[in-house]
Write a protein that binds this ligand. Structure first.
Ligand code: SF4
Length: 447
């Protein structure tokens, strides 16, 4: 029998964590918990943490610090931390020693055991730390676990877990383990069920989706997986993330071009425009290789939006290296850039490299990068003025309640005036673009 106990889950970090939190909630529900948005009424609080940058870790830790008073008010409250941050030995020790009111931690590999973990934690007052080392353990594949999806019209579907690349700045392979792919039949079945239930947007997730399937007993490429998914009949869009340029193939681009239900957006992280820095990052491509990929994408899909990630101030980055990054931005004319100042991650090779840059140089480079990106993205978006685009309505705008937000198949965010008495959330709408800004468009819904 379900008792009315409440769980509050807060997710830090990437889409994989958001997807994991939906599974965590699904498993909590099997133990009689209902979700709540109010931390104060929760019987169980879970923070799903991120380790990709120091800032994300400090935010998770400082938010954890605020739970102390809730535990004092309600000693029966159970507090747990999970995800990438606590998968690291030094952070697990930090939590053990500095946050005595945290009852338990579980690592990224523990999802299949989470039901039992909750049973153990809820039935005793002993503190527990369920973290397995990826040196010893290749990591789990989550299959058949309950999932409580946040939205009915859009859904994440994990297709693989882990990463084999060991980019020198990145903590992911250490906290998420080696690449392991789900069986294609199981993925296709899950996507089909979602589409049958009315879901309009499927985002396939993996740390490096382009190397999907290499580890399967009968290897299958990501392009082939997409081809199978796109055989499903229905009104939907398939998105995916994240891609690694070294594994992006022309066959993948061909499949995207072949199917109108594939997104017209490619997030392809360049990280730097300097071959010297790319080598130090262990990225296995040159700037020229990257430009060729962008050209190949645009040849096949002229309307495609290309976005990227850039790290500013990797150790030893010279002014010349940075200028090459700006030149790469001019060359590729990205529709969006997620730019980050390099954040050293303990245990990664780059954290040991000499040549850290002073704060003022980092800030100056970041400001120059943002200024250039603002100009390029605005120019790209201005070309859309006067066009009518199809977009999936995601509900009220976060910045102005008089507007609704929608996303195009190319990932562009559009704001448009909310029509009286019409709930368009989860529906496709046709919007005529009137104004263009760097990060969004403004338009009007067409009849
Ligand atoms: S591809 Fe590189 S940056 Fe991406 S998760 Fe793997 S190691 Fe990290």
């Amino acid at each position: 029998m379900r008792s009315n106990r409440f769980v509050y889950i807060r997710t830090f970090g990437c889409q994989q964590n958001e997807a994991d939190s939906e599974t965590i909630l699904g498993i909590c529900e099997t133990r009689g918990f209902l979700p709540t948005e109010q931390m104060e009424e929760a019987d169980l609080i879970l923070f799903n943490t991120c380790a990709v940058r120091e800032h994300a870790e400090l935010k998770a830790l400082s938010t954890t610090g605020q739970l102390k008073h809730l535990k004092e008010k309600n000693p029966a409250l159970k507090i747990g931390l999970c995800g990438c941050m606590v998968q690291q030995e030094h952070r697990k020790e930090d939590v053990k020693n500095k946050y005595p009111y945290v009852d338990f931690c579980f690592g990224t590999n523990m999802m299949p055991r989470l039901g039992e973990i909750l049973d153990e934690v809820l039935s005793s007052s002993k503190r527990r730390f369920y973290i397995e080392d990826y040196k010893e353990n290749p990591g789990a594949i989550c299959e058949g676990l309950p999932v409580e999806r946040k939205f009915s019209y859009k859904a994440y579907v994990s297709i693989m877990y882990g990463c084999n690349n060991f980019c020198t700045y990145c903590i992911v392979p250490y906290v998420r383990g080696r690449e392991r792919s789900r069986e294609p039949e199981k993925i296709v079945n899950e996507v089909e069920k979602l589409i049958r239930s009315g879901c309009k947007e499927i985002t396939l997730l993996g740390q490096n989706v382009n190397s999907y399937g290499k580890d399967l007993p009968s290897p299958l490429s990501f392009a082939e997986l997409l081809d199978r998914i796109c055989q499903i009949q229905g009104d939907y869009v398939v998105k995916f993330m994240t891609s690694h340029p070294k594994d992006a193939t022309l066959a993948l681009f061909d499949v995207m071009a072949k199917y109108p239900q594939m997104e017209r957006h490619f997030h392809l992280p360049i990280q730097s425009g300097s071959d010297v820095i790319l080598k130090k990052m262990n990225r296995h491509y040159t700037a020229k290789d990257f430009f060729a990929l962008c050209d190949a994408l645009r040849e096949r899909m002229p309307e495609i939006a290309i976005t990227t990630d850039i790290i500013v101030g990797f150790p030893g980055e010279t002014e010349e290296d940075f200028r090459q990054t700006l030149a790469a931005m001019e060359q590729c004319r990205f529709d969006g850039v997620f730019s980050f100042i390099y954040s050293p991650r303990k245990g990664t090779p780059a954290a040991e490299l000499p040549g850290r840059l002073p704060e003022e140089v980092l800030k100056d480079r970041m400001a120059r990068l943002l200024e250039l990106q603002q100009k390029i993205a605005t120019e790209n978006n201005e070309k859309l003025i006067g066009k009518t685009l199809r977009a999936l309505c995601e509900g009220e705008s976060k910045t102005d309640a008089a507007f609704l937000s929608a996303r195009t198949d190319s990932g562009k965010l559009i704001h448009f005036p909310k029509p009286e008495g019409e709930d368009l959330t989860g529906q496709y709408v046709q919007i005529k673009i009137r104004e263009a800004r760097a990060i969004m468009l403004i338009g009007e819904k067409q009849k």
